[in-house]
Design a protein around this ligand. Structure first.
Ligand SMILES: [Zn+2]
Length: 333
């Protein structure tokens, strides 16, 4: 990664534009760019960043925004540090899908023709460096079952039919098997055990968060690979943020009941029976409880709803949307 060419190039940023920051977390996510405080957030800000940085990787503080071969994606620096791991989180940029699916839709079954979604997978894999034939996708129906997959499962959910009912998390210790999970506001969780050489992904919607799917994933890695939670590096990816995840009393009560997580630390009451929940912090606390060290947990702090120009958001789009994907694999030696 071109360390010296990162944020310095951003200082060439042109004159300020009209608009405003829609999300306080934006500034948190981009601490290297303090002058953005006076700057304006427009729908094209990421394109501009990519342009002025001359297509160099841009380090956001929490995630890298990378452009390669016309595809823009996000990675975690903490996971990039492992040369035997390849991972990425997609954005909307660089695909072939149209209208509400524009353009890098990686979700089947939402009305976008399957051939578009498959072409998007090919483009995404080509840009990030995954072999598209190694993909294995979960089903994701808001359960907490974690499935161990192997080379035999490659192609499922992308090139072959899904057979992952009730599976919301995938783990593997086989190189050359690329795990895939889908998102559009829910929380992506990434796992790397550099000691036992294993990786995992889990889809934590609010139900999955309440059911502690993050802990389930760590337990599954313990059971299947002998993982010590103290060795695990975990990352909480882009999702709907505390700025935008407003809930009513029934959902609030599910979270408030998790006393062992100190829910007052991630719930804000707005009055009138409305609450804001910080799913990032809830998941971080669940990972800590599962034994993952604090220093080994990265949190993207990037809100899908605030940045629905870059990321699909179910809430921002009223459900008319494509889908993002998290992917991770162990590299073949
Ligand atoms: Zn937000």
């Amino acid at each position: 990664m071109p360390e010296n060419k990162k944020s310095r190039a951003i200082l060439k940023w042109p004159s300020p534009r009209q608009a405003y920051f829609s999300c306080e977390n934006y500034k948190e996510a981009f601490p290297a760019v303090p002058f953005w405080k006076e700057m304006c957030y427009t729908g094209s800000i990421f394109d501009e960043v990519l342009r002025v940085t001359n297509n160099m990787n841009y380090f956001s503080g929490n995630m890298n925004l990378v452009e390669n071969k016309g595809v823009t994606y996000l990675t975690f620096p903490a996971l990039e540090a492992f040369p035997f791991v390849r991972h990425a989180f997609s954005t909307r940029l660089g695909g072939v899908s149209q209208e509400e699916y524009a353009s890098m839709n990686l979700n089947f079954g939402r009305g976008d023709p399957d051939e578009n979604v498959r072409e998007n997978y090919r483009r995404f894999c080509n840009a990030v460096g995954f072999d598209p034939h190694t993909l294995v996708a979960s089903a994701q129906d808001h359960h907490t079952f974690i499935r161990r997959v192997t080379a035999e499962n490659r192609g499922i959910g992308i090139w072959k039919p899904k057979d992952m009912q009730s599976v919301d998390g995938l783990i593997t210790n086989e190189p050359g098997v690329t795990l895939v999970t889908y998102y559009a506001d829910c929380v992506p969780l990434f796992f790397v055990d550099p000691v036992k050489r294993a990786v995992g992904l889990a889809h934590a919607g609010w139900r999955g968060t309440v059911a502690k799917i993050g802990e389930e994933a760590v337990k599954a890695m313990q059971r299947e690979f002998g993982t010590d939670p103290r060795d695990v590096f975990a990352a909480v990816g882009p999702s709907i943020g505390p700025c935008c995840f407003e809930v009513d009393t029934p959902v609030y009560e599910e979270f408030a009941g998790q006393k062992e997580l100190s829910p007052q630390e991630f719930i804000t009451a707005d009055g009138g029976g409305k609450y804001h929940i910080d799913l990032w912090e809830a998941n971080r606390r669940i990972l800590l409880q599962a034994g993952v060290p604090d220093a080994q947990i990265s949190v993207a702090k990037l809100c899908t709803k605030c940045h629905s120009d870059l990321l699909y958001s179910h809430r921002a789009s009223g459900g008319k949307r494509g889908g993002l994907a998290a992917m991770i694999c162990l590299e073949e030696a």
